[in-house]
Design a binder for this molecule. Structure first.
Ligand code: PLP
Length: 392
């Protein structure tokens, strides 16, 4: 029997990182020791005190059953407490916090919950790759909001045509931004809230990197903005700032009606996260943020080694203020990001991500993840220098 995927499935591109993995495997098969700077996956382990909390909870048979899909009450309370102490945002744990099995799952399910066929979804370009499939599956129409360097990589709301505004149901935002590493000030969020109210658009702000911010900067929560809870929600995740990417635990917080719609999709599709994982996450959220602060400092030092080192080779890069990513123009004029990234891999064994993988608006840029230790960042600079990627 010939198995054919659905028409919907045909609309999906090959997942960017699958294609990069294939190129990496080819080089490794030739014996190359590839340094992988492509994925935003924290390289250091989850802190021991969080792993210990998991072990303890796993020993308790009470935790061996189907977990509540919306998160156990203690988890939702811990999230509300964390939002209060980090952002001074009040959340009702009963209906303004919803557990997600990773924020990737949450952001990709949201369009199913809100978008009717033909509704417009406003999406940043470039953006995190997981935003598009959910919109396509829901039959939504994507309107891209270009992220331009001259606008500090903030979507220009004034540039959205009037007819699109009227047909839009949902706007996706993400700060600190992946891949752009941009921050958004509260004043920008205020404009977003006014725009959303005027045109009845739900706002979904994706904020998994909210604490990975450098040089004394700060990324406010979208929910700090007056009126934000009337129009939207925010996703936050333990993946990045607690080094828990493999644990699959995150949450959506904010507007209770939006969350109720999302919860309906979630509860029909699967159960919640394994309860011991929720207990470990409670330990993370209710503990000190020392671990996160130290890890952020380590990323900042890595950033400095890479940016300073590559700038000495003439790359002319700006230092990112947040995230684990350097987002920088391809240092060779007119060269496509995919061609450049492939040449970097083949000639130096360093894997970086072509900006085009994040959308048309990412063409001309590359993304370099800061997910190797400082000494390896130094080796990356050496390898690129020796392979001739020098522009001075
Ligand atoms: C902007 C953005 N949102 C969401 C995610 C997914 O995070 P999680 O591990 O919570 O699914 C990522 C991961 O790379 C991301 O960069």
């Amino acid at each position: 029997m010939e198995i054919k995927g659905s028409e919907r499935l045909k609309q999906l591109p090959v997942y960017l990182f699958d294609a990069l993995d294939a190129m990496k495997a080819e080089e490794q098969a030739k014996g190359v020791d590839v340094i992988d700077l492509s994925v935003g996956d924290p390289d250091r382990p989850t802190p021991k005190y969080i792993v210990d909390a998991l072990k303890q909870a796993a020993d308790d048979p009470k935790n061996h059953h189907y977990p509540s899909f919306k998160g156990i009450p203690a988890y939702r309370k811990a999230v509300a407490g964390w939002y209060k102490s980090n952002f001074n945002v009040e959340l009702n744990p009963d209906n303004e916090v919803l557990l997600c099995i990773g924020s990737k799952r949450g952001v990709s399910d949201l369009p199913m919950a809100l978008v009717n066929p033909g509704d417009v979804v406003l999406v940043p370009d470039p953006c995190y790759t997981a935003y598009l499939p959910g919109i396509l599956f829901a039959g939504g129409e994507v309107h891209f909001m270009p992220l331009k360097e001259e606008n500090d990589f903030l979507p220009d709301l004034d540039a959205i045509p009037e007819d699109i505004r009227r047909r839009a149901k949902l706007m996706l935002l993400n700060f600190p931004g992946n891949p752009t590493a941009a921050l958004a000030p509260l004043s920008y969020f205020e404009k977003v809230v006014a725009f959303a109210k005027q045109y009845d658009i739900v706002v979904s702000h994706d904020a998994p990197y909210s604490e990975a911010v450098y040089d004394g900067n700060r990324q406010p929560s979208f929910l700090e903005t007056p009126g934000a809870k009337e129009v939207g929600i925010e996703f936050h995740s333990l993946s990045k700032v607690f080094n828990m990417s493999g644990w699959r635990v995150a949450h959506a917080v904010g507007n209770k009606d939006v969350l109720a719609c999302l919860a309906k999709v979630r509860s029909n599709a699967d159960m919640g996260a394994f309860q011991p994982i929720q207990h470990a996450a409670i330990t993370a959220l209710t503990g000190t943020m020392d671990f996160t602060r130290e890890t952020t400092q380590a990323y900042q030092r890595r950033r400095d080694v890479l940016v300073n080192g590559l700038n000495e080779l003439g790359w002319n890069m700006r230092k990112p203020l947040a995230t684990f990513f350097i987002w920088t123009p391809v240092p060779e004029k007119g060269v496509l990001s995919g061609d450049f990234a492939e040449r970097v891999l083949r000639k130096s064994g360093v894997l970086i991500t072509p900006g085009r993988g994040f959308g048309e608006g990412g063409e001309g840029f590359i993304r370099i993840a800061l997910t190797v230790e400082e000494d390896v960042c130094g080796q990356v600079v050496e390898r690129l220098k020796n392979a001739g990627f020098v522009y001075k």
